[in-house]
Design a protein around this ligand. Structure first.
Ligand SMILES: Nc1ncnc2c1ncn2[C@@H]1O[C@H](COP(=O)(O)OP(=O)(O)OP(=O)(O)O)[C@@H](O)[C@H]1O
Ligand SMILES: [Mg+2]
Length: 378
């Protein structure tokens, strides 16, 4: 969707030049939430502004949907890219509805359609249009104004939205709330977002990909999990902070502690055959799936098969159906919280509810204790 190719910005001229962005390469997929982060002055805003040509690039290229933006009309380009920043804010002399509709109006969207969309968007972020549409920005709280800023960027129906520290000036509670709303909106509307922050917690909470910059370079671009697990170098470690890096039950995913490739059998399989397979692979538990979708149905233990042998014609009759399923990215802590008193195993499943791993109750609780010990030992 968006590609930055050897993108460079040099400010100044003659002897007095400064390389603010140095030959960066980045690919952003459609629907991704990418967060640019790094110390003050590392080139985040400059990178963002080159994307919508608010800052003219020195060299390299910016490609949107496969097309170089070099020769595109700047005005058109900006109308198709949403842009949210803290400091520009809203136009004080326009009421909220008119603020939201600036770009749609420029695009000559008929008034009725515009208004309908504005009301929908306001509802979406919990601003009652009947109360707020006619108000002026000064009559809104900071958090409400910021929501309108986000709406304004969305109202033009852009596929790509650039956000430069949009929640920087808000109190922590409003910020948390807006982060959640923003992430939710982005996923529901499938928008591609490039978001600048210097707050690592914000990056970890929202990003699909974190791009950590330093002195105009990209030091590491990775998912939050990957960055926490494998920081590229000492700078990344330091920037993330040791306390976030220690293995902790509230960030370690169950996929880190699960048994991969558990034995999986089908509900219609014969108990005798399953027992044979269990002996061969020295396991005493198997995940049972049912139907062509290979969805998890329950589990069966060697004990149960042995005690019932002969009576049951298929595994289905012996299955324990009270099985708890979790996704691989569920944290160890959350997985432990989902245990019921009679839960013996958790089956880790993919999006389609197909088994990808297995965690026993005992193993999960032991891991929980170990992770807690590790994270509090220093
Ligand atoms: N118009 C300009 N002329 C000269 N230098 C500039 C200009 N704009 C930015 N710079 C310099 O380029 C570097 C990168 O600036 P940029 O605004 O991209 O930083 P940033 O990563 O967004 O920092 P912050 O977190 O403080 O917002 C800085 O050293 C800045 O001083
Ligand atoms: Mg900046």
């Amino acid at each position: 969707m968006l590609e930055l190719k050897e993108l460079t910005k040099v400010f100044g001229s003659g002897d007095d030049t400064f390389v603010a962005v140095d030959n960066i390469n980045l690919t952003v997929e459609k629907g991704q939430f990418v967060v640019l982060i790094g110390p003050s002055g590392c080139g985040k805003t400059t990178t963002l502004k080159m994307i919508n040509h608010l800052v003219k690039k020195t060299s390299g290229d910016i490609i949107i949907n496969g097309k170089s933006t070099s020769n595109l009309d700047v005005v058109e380009l900006r109308r198709d890219i949403g842009y949210v920043i803290q400091s520009i804010g809203l136009f004080p002399h326009l009421n909220i509805a008119n603020n939201v509709e600036i770009v749609p109006k420029l695009k000559k969207v008929p008034k009725e359609d515009r208004r309908k969309r504005t009301y929908e968007l306001m509802d979406l972020v919990g601003l009652d249009p009947d109360i707020y549409a006619e108000r002026y920005p000064a009559e809104l709280s900071g958090g409400q104004q910021q929501r309108v800023g986000v709406l304004r960027a969305l109202a033009a129906e852009p596929d790509l939205i650039l956000m430069d520290e949009p929640f920087g000036a808000l109190d922590p509670i409003t910020r948390d709330q807006l982060q959640e709303e923003m992430k939710d909106l982005q996923q529901r509307l499938n928008k591609t977002i490039v978001f600048v922050t210097h707050d690592m917690d914000e990056a970890l909470a929202m990003a699909d990909v974190i791009v950590l910059m330093k002195d105009g370079h990209i030091v590491q671009a990775a998912s939050p999990e990957e960055m926490l697990r494998n920081p590229a170098n000492e700078f990344v470690r330091e920037f993330i902070g040791e306390d976030r890096l220690a293995p902790q039950p509230d960030i370690t995913p169950v996929s880190d502690i699960m048994v991969t490739n558990p034995m999986v059998v089908e509900a219609k399989d014969k108990p005798r055959d399953v027992l044979g397979r269990m002996k061969k692979s020295s396991t005493d538990i198997a995940v049972v799936t049912k139907g062509s979708g290979r969805r998890v149905y329950g589990y069966v233990t060697a004990n149960r098969i042995q005690s019932q042998q002969g009576k049951a014609s298929s595994v289905e009759e012996l299955v324990t159906e009270t099985v708890v399923t979790v996704r691989g990215n569920t944290t160890v802590r959350d997985a432990a919280a989902s245990l019921a008193s009679d839960t013996r195993i958790l089956v880790v499943v993919d999006r389609q509810n197909r088994p990808v791993g297995l965690v026993t109750r005992a193993w999960l609780l032991q891991s929980l204790v170990e992770l807690w010990d590790e994270s509090s030992s220093d």
